[in-house]
Design a protein around this ligand. Structure first.
Ligand SMILES: CCCCC/C=C\C/C=C\C=C\CC(=O)SCCNC(=O)CCNC(=O)[C@H](O)C(C)(C)COP(=O)(O)OP(=O)(O)OC[C@H]1O[C@@H](n2cnc3c(N)ncnc32)[C@H](O)[C@@H]1OP(=O)(O)O
Length: 177
């Protein structure tokens, strides 16, 4: 995770884990630590973005291949901790979604106060496409953002929306070129 101060009050927080910013336990820990440190340093707002062409590919599936029970438990704790920290942060949080944002990548964006996204990208929770259903707090984030019925349809079908469709249903707030 890298931090660039745009002024004394606003920080650009970039996920920097090539190639796709898959959320490993370490990346989630780094993001949470960074947000907490900025909160402690009188910063007012952050822009969460990526230093590569993918915003965030969701959970690191490689790390979740044959994990120990202990690892799964600590991974899960880190994921919940990151979500709680970002969602409940006192900072004004803006997601600058500058690449694909599937699954937990979408969760990160929806946990922010405002979402801008570049065109020709995709965002959504596609978990059902690989036989899983998103955790309840992902579901609530989606329902709070686009409405319960729309969320139900998107989640059941594991839809990844284009930038334009995401704007149309309120999943994002602005398209930025
Ligand atoms: C703690 C226990 C948890 C258990 C879970 C149980 C319950 C919860 C239920 C579900 C929760 C799920 C949340 C998730 O986030 S799951 C992750 C879902 N993510 C995806 O489906 C995205 C998959 N990736 C893509 O679609 C594309 O890679 C992407 C559009 C992001 C980028 O495309 P691009 O063409 O640029 O790059 P690729 O060539 O496809 O990939 C490059 C490289 O990166 C690897 N990779 C991609 N995504 C992941 C990933 N999520 N985790 C790990 N690695 C990933 C890909 O394999 C390539 O590797 P290599 O071939 O170059 O070695």
């Amino acid at each position: 995770v890298t931090v660039e101060m745009k002024s004394s009050k606003v920080a650009i927080v970039r996920m920097n884990r090539p190639p796709v910013n898959a959320l490993s336990k370490d990346l989630m820990h780094g993001l949470r630590r960074t947000i907490c440190d900025l909160e402690d340093n009188d910063v007012k707002g952050i822009v969460l973005t990526s230093s590569s062409k993918v915003f965030c590919a969701g959970l690191d599936l490689a790390e979740l291949l044959n994990p120990t029970q202990e690892f799964v438990s600590s991974f899960w704790k880190e994921l919940q901790g990151l979500w709680i920290t970002l969602y409940s942060s006192r900072l004004v949080t803006v997601a600058a979604v500058n690449g694909a944002a599937p699954a937990a990548g979408c969760m990160l964006a929806l946990s922010c106060d405002y979402r801008m996204m570049s065109s020709k990208n995709v965002i959504g929770m596609n978990e059902t496409k690989f036989g899983l259903f998103p955790p309840p707090w992902f579901v609530e984030l989606m329902a709070d953002t686009v409405g319960r019925r729309k969320a139900e349809m998107l989640l059941l079908q594991g839809t990844l929306l284009s930038t334009e469709d995401a704007l149309a249903c309120g999943m994002i707030d602005q398209i930025v070129e």
